[in-house]
Design a protein around this ligand. Structure first.
Ligand code: 6K6
Length: 136
């Protein structure tokens, strides 16, 4: 299975450690195409000198090849919202995770969208259980 993990980059990197913990769990199910999203050491100044267009086009290619999208949507991110919209358009399975203690009111365009599974959680242990249940 190919998993596209989405998490905030320019929207704010406060949750990068959590992203890596989720990615580490997702690896048990297959290949995570976007491991860099959880890489703390990567600075957002154009990974390997890639332009914004190159990043967009490469990520879209990966997204289209993925069987599943898992998005951590606690930190509002234009890029993550865009990726979710594109994944919906292409009928991908989408699981969105968010922490209500940080974001009590998730965007209605995510919380109210059809064909997206949205789950609140607080700890990595909760997230792991939700993912396991979703993929069972
Ligand atoms: C720096 C650190 C990690 O990656 C970089 C270089 N920039 C990007 N590289 C790869 N994917 C990116 C990059 N910027 C945004 N994205 C994609 O958009 C990721 O798949 C994220 O899920 C999402 C984040 O969007 P913003 O709007 O928060 O940046």
């Amino acid at each position: 299975m190919k998993v596209y993990f989405a998490g905030s980059i320019r929207g704010g990197r406060e949750d990068v450690d959590l992203y890596m913990q989720i990615i580490t769990h997702l690896r048990k199910y297959g290949t995570v195409l976007t491991e860099h999203v959880g890489d703390k050491s990567l600075e957002d100044k154009g990974e390997k000198g890639l332009s914004d267009k190159q990043i967009h086009d490469r990520d879209m290619e990966w997204l289209l090849s993925a069987n599943l999208m898992v998005a951590e949507v606690t930190r509002p991110s234009l890029g993550v919202g865009y990726e979710i919209g594109r994944a919906l358009e292409h009928k991908k399975r989408i699981l969105c995770l968010y922490r209500p203690s940080v974001t009590p009111r998730l965007s209605a365009m995510i919380a109210g969208a059809p064909n997206i599974t949205v789950k609140p959680y607080e700890t990595i242990d909760d997230a792991v259980k939700i993912i396991d249940e979703y993929l069972k």
